[in-house]
Design a protein around this ligand. Structure first.
Ligand SMILES: [Zn+2]
Length: 253
């Protein structure tokens, strides 16, 4: 059994893959969101797709085409950003999970690439149950590996947006889409309640950058992606052990 890309497979390929025991699937959930003047709007989609691809490769699993839109209201003032309502993101997630469960997938792993998707995707996953299993990953290990490779400071603890970390990842994935001649650093003054209420990002950073992309390299990007993939595998293995084992006795189920 090998990785099977649903967008390129026929229905009989999927049936045969599932019949052979391939019941694990990956869904990259991205966004179409501004990432400064130097990165493409598809940055989050590129990143989560690359990570989901490596995971699907590792497990010889099914790989769904990415969701290329997400909830990114705070970037909506930047031309090109297309934001879905959180309820739309939750509904998309629910419908996709139920559809893949219906043809035999038992575990769907959502590889989430956008901060604004977190709440609705986790809420959708929590509300689903019964027929199958869903696991949502939000780039485990990203802050840890970011601390290890970044030469520039974070714009805020754990906040990376069009900075050295994200730019390095796109350099590793699709370097032709990065415009180094447009690199600029931005360290906006963030209000004390940042993260607790909706704030339009253009009022904080007119360029849309939060951090400093100038020290970005493809090598750093590769290190970041490999680390997140390794941490994701740990989480998936642990989750699958729980899901196939003594789940009945878990008081939370
Ligand atoms: Zn991003």
């Amino acid at each position: 059994m090998t990785l099977l890309r649903l967008g390129e497979a026929s229905w009989t390929d999927v049936r045969d893959h599932v019949d052979a025991g391939g019941t694990l699937a990956f869904l990259p959930f991205g966004a179409l969101e501004q990432h400064g003047p130097h990165l493409p709007l598809s940055t989050d989609t590129l990143q989560c797709t690359a990570i989901a691809e490596r995971l699907a490769e590792h497990y010889s699993a099914l790989l769904l085409p990415p969701v290329c839109y997400g909830s990114t209201w705070d970037n909506a003032a930047f031309p090109g950003t297309v934001s879905l309502k959180p309820s739309t993101v939750a509904a998309l997630c629910t419908d996709i999970v139920e559809a893949v469960w219906s043809f035999g997938v038992t575990t769907l792993v959502v590889v989430n690439g956008d901060y604004g998707n977190r709440a609705p995707v986790h809420a959708a996953a929590a509300a689903l149950g019964g027929a199958g299993d869903v696991l949502v990953l939000d780039y485990p290990g990203l802050v840890e590996v970011g601390d290890a490779v970044k030469e520039s400071p974070w714009a805020a603890p754990g906040l990376c947006h069009a900075d050295e970390l994200e730019t390095s990842m796109v350099l590793a994935i699709e370097p032709s889409l990065v415009r180094p001649e447009r690199y600029e650093a931005a360290y906006p003054q963030l209000p004390a309640d940042f993260g607790t209420r909706p704030i339009p990002f253009d009022t904080l950073s007119p360029s849309g950058v939060f951090g400093d992309p100038r020290a970005s390299t493809a090598e750093k990007g590769e290190t970041i992606i490999s680390f997140v993939v390794a941490r994701s595998i740990e989480q998936i293995d642990s989750h699958r052990g729980w899901a196939s084992g003594d789940r009945r006795h878990d008081p939370s189920v």
